[in-house]
Design a protein around this ligand. Structure first.
Ligand code: ZN
Ligand code: ZN
Length: 512
């Protein structure tokens, strides 16, 4: 078994434990173990043979046994037991992180698809719209007979407390999460999917337009006999004389009016993304070497990757002193032609208490890219923290403000900051704001990203990965960018390497 597969399974375990509301330390242990295994330079199988698993940071006897089990059997019995276990003693109506929701849905969808009488199943609702947290996981099922499907669902051991309301079933999955299933005939599948995806206001607005333009009452038809069987959601929008509006925008935040005016944004796509500008390595608190991170990024087809380890004042993260940083810059330069991508030398510098940046200008000047972030003083007054951040934004060497509000979803509120002032200052100084793609950050949020664009500030979508495994979290950040109406040109990571450097270094010139 490859290290990556083991790491992915540990990561998946962490997400499932999170769904069950398990204790935070247990989750953290699994996440740390996933990072440790992903970053390894040798095969995990060798470590097991030589009994060296517990030499890894954060891996005690219990986790070592779990890792052995994964390598030997290809699975974790613990996860399978959870599937059929009694319900956890935690409230089920809590917010689930998008990343965990997506993992769950991908895992659970095949169970639904394979039920007798189910022809098709798809994720709908808030998860399909990629909202940052969700309370219920919703699916639409096309079935040949409702009765048959009801019977089949009643026999699914993971689905407790099934309650029916017409063709809608709510249940609690053994992981402790609320599930909603909408059953419908194959002919009405697309309409049901459409109606359950958009916000109620979006659906009502489009349905009213359809009635207006074609006289067809879509919502009444849903309850009675539909005259239309749609082959795609685009056909529904066509009845309203609109171009198709993608799920991420169906919030009634002006998208219907924009569609009418022919001004829907052409949202950024995964294929536009050329490289990550904020990752850590084992030079600070990451687990993988620079070489491993570069190889993984090249494998993803990236054109560049910026190495941005922590600066010296972040002692818990083994932040780099100016001398170590210079050493790292030289090392990165020595690697330059070894990988099929450009490696940028960078730093994630702490924004210190007075708004200065935690590295001397002389070293900052040698870097391709500087991300500056607040990692302390979260409880400061709104005035102080805003002033501090704005001063960093105006620093000629700072290119990107990392995780601007410091929030940890479900754990820590954003700090008090005057975001309007931050955005205006960023736009004026030519400093970008980051959408940090860590599953529990997603910071800045979709809404703030949209405000950033309106204010004229650029956005960078970064993962803040601490191992290669987390590079793939970029899909979450891109989802936030799309929900924030961002187009390709709004996001720094879509620029070709040389254009990016030109933009970044123009800032330095302007300010000096
Ligand atoms: Zn940070
Ligand atoms: Zn970071």
């Amino acid at each position: 078994m490859r290290n990556r597969d083991v790491a992915e399974m540990l990561d998946r375990a962490a997400r499932i434990l999170a769904l069950r509301g398990e204790n935070r330390y247990r989750l953290r242990a699994y996440k740390k173990a996933a990072r440790a295994v992903a970053g390894l330079d040798e095969s995990i199988e060798v470590l097991i043979q030589e009994n060296r698993l517990q030499d890894l940071e954060g891996i005690g006897p219990a986790l070592a046994a779990k890792i052995k089990e994964i390598v030997m059997t290809g699975k974790l019995a613990m996860l399978e037991r959870l599937e059929t276990a009694e319900l956890p003693l935690v409230p089920t109506n809590r917010s689930i992180l998008l990343a965990a929701a997506l993992t769950f849905c991908a895992d659970f969808l095949p169970t639904l698809e394979e039920l007798p009488g189910v022809k098709q199943a798809q994720v709908t609702g808030l998860v399909r719209r990629r909202q940052e947290t969700v309370s219920s996981l919703e699916f639409v099922l096309a079935v040949s007979s409702i009765e048959q499907a009801q019977k089949a669902l009643a026999a699914v051991p993971q689905l407790h407390q099934q309650q029916w309301q017409g063709n809608m079933c709510t249940a609690v999955h053994a992981y402790g999460v609320e599930i909603t299933l909408y059953l419908t005939a194959a002919e009405t599948f697309i309409q049901e999917l459409w109606q359950t995806t958009g916000s109620a206001q979006h659906v009502r607005k489009v349905a009213a337009l359809i009635k207006d333009k074609s006289g067809y009452d879509l919502l009444a038809a849903a309850a009675g006999k539909p005259q239309h069987s749609f082959a795609s959601e685009a056909e529904i929008y066509a009845l309203a004389e609109l171009p198709e509006i993608v799920p991420e925008l169906r919030e009634d935040r002006g998208e219907v009016e924009a569609a009418q005016a022919g001004q829907l944004p052409r949202l950024i796509e995964a294929a536009d993304y050329k490289g990550d500008l904020h990752v850590h390595t084992n030079w600070s608190d990451g687990t993988a070497s620079i070489e491993k991170m570069a190889a993984a990024a090249a494998e993803l087809g990236y054109e560049y990757l910026a190495i941005t380890d922590h600066s010296q004042s972040l002692k818990v993260a083994h932040g780099l002193s100016p001398d170590r940083l210079k050493e790292q810059i030289a090392f990165i330069h020595s690697l330059q032609n070894k990988y099929n991508l450009r490696i940028f030398a960078g730093i994630e510098a702490d924004i210190l208490d007075d708004g200065s940046v935690d590295a001397p200008d002389e070293v900052l000047a040698q870097l391709d890219i500087v991300v500056a972030s607040v990692h302390s003083g979260f409880k400061q007054s709104r005035e102080k923290i805003t002033r501090r951040i704005c001063r960093a934004l105006q620093n000629p060497y700072v290119h990107i403000l990392g995780h601007a509000t410091g929030r940890l979803l479900g754990k820590r509120d954003p700090y008090e900051v005057n975001m309007g002032e931050v955005l205006r200052t960023a736009a004026a100084a030519g400093t970008a704001l980051e959408i940090n793609s860590s599953p529990d950050r997603l910071d800045i949020s979709d809404q703030v990203a949209r405000q950033a664009k309106a204010a004229g500030a650029a956005v960078a979508v970064n993962t803040d990965a601490h191992s290669q495994l987390e590079l793939s979290n970029v899909s979450l950040g891109l989802a936030m960018a799309r929900r924030g109406w961002l187009e390709k040109a709004d996001v720094l990571n879509t620029y070709a390497a040389q254009d990016l450097l030109t933009v970044l270094h123009n800032k330095n010139k302007q300010r000096r």
